[in-house]
Ligand binder design. Sequence first.
Ligand SMILES: Cc1ncc(COP(=O)(O)O)c(C=O)c1O
Length: 420
Amino acid sequence: MRQTVLNLEESRIREVANAGIGRDDVLAFWFGESDEVTPDFIRQAAIESLQRGETFYSHNLGLPELRQAVSGYMSALHGPIGSDRIAITSGGVNALMVAVQALVDAGEEVVAVTPVWPNLTAQPAILGAKVRTVSLKTVGGAWSLDLPVLRAAITPSTRVLIVNAPNNPTGWCLSRAEQQALLDHCRQTGTWILADEVYERLYYDAGDTIDDPSPDYPKRTAPVRGEARSASSEVVCAPSFLDIATPHDRLVVVHSFSKSFLMTGWRLGWLVVPPEMTHHVGKLIEFNTSCASVFTQRAGIAALERTAEVTPRVVAHLRSCRDTLIPLLAAVPGVQVAAPRGGMYAFFRLDGFDDSLTTAKRLVVEAGLGLAPGEAFAPEARGWLRWCFASHDPRRLGLGVERLRHWLAGAKAPGTGIGV
Ligand SMILES: Cc1ncc(COP(=O)(O)O)c(C=O)c1O
């Protein structure tokens, strides 16, 4: 077997979850998904497709109707994006893998901004790329970009910059100015930008109740099909590289139905690529999965046709989960936390508990609380814990904080001999 594969680290999140196997009293917030089932009309679309007998392969790039629907959805958010730039994939993970296969040869250098969901650094490593990481910086409980440091790390030898914003796990978002600076720099160095924007709709800037909103994040006025009828009448979306790039820039954007449409188990996503790249991406999809399953794609079309019934509600609910959890967590002695601007995670530090893998395992066993350890996302995030707040019942969040508080009151910080 390849040494690279033997060297791959197992998921640290799974390692913690395994500590809770067989226990049904654990409040689990470790995985990055909502505990809410996919809306019924989306499930019905898949059922109807199967009943019609749509059990065959589709085009490598996806059903033309779905590519058209994605093009309409993305164009409404970011200006015209033709369906000739859209490739349907079997989830965001598959989109990322196909993108890396398309862009990076073994031995080439990629720069990734960390902490980040581990797949983004593992996938290029699996393909033999040299992965250099540039860490976000922390002030208090908040993570932000050190733009000069990142710019200095991207040289003409850098084939791809991999960046995920809104970010899993930190909730950090790129500002428009930072995106522009990175795009300008990457144009000069000839570097591709692989932007993972799967959380773009889970963005809490407008009407933020906890943080000061940043002025440079534009709000779009209800352009998405169907969403103009929604009560809020305002479609919120994080800044995207697509807003500022030309179709022919070296930019690939990764998307997913998982988060904004409650469709994690369906494995459906898409790529936005320069038009001259689409055909080649189709070839790669052939050799990876051949295509996404047709009934799943039908569900995707239904989701996009009726986004007004799903995404604004999901975002409003996640915002209220965030606004419930963060103040409760911040009030726990020893916790450093900032309100995330996007995504669905609280990322926090526990003073005195520097080994968060051990802490997370102890929390499962001793407190019945399931969190993801910071080490899963970058070595520099050791000492941090990620809490996914996508909970259909926000009371679970309060209960979880109570368990943490209670555990901390009894636990001793390693090496200090004193309770925290
Ligand atoms: C940053 C990021 N990108 C991509 C994905 C992939 O999502 P999926 O494969 O479910 O579409 C995830 C899932 O958690 C994620 O956190």
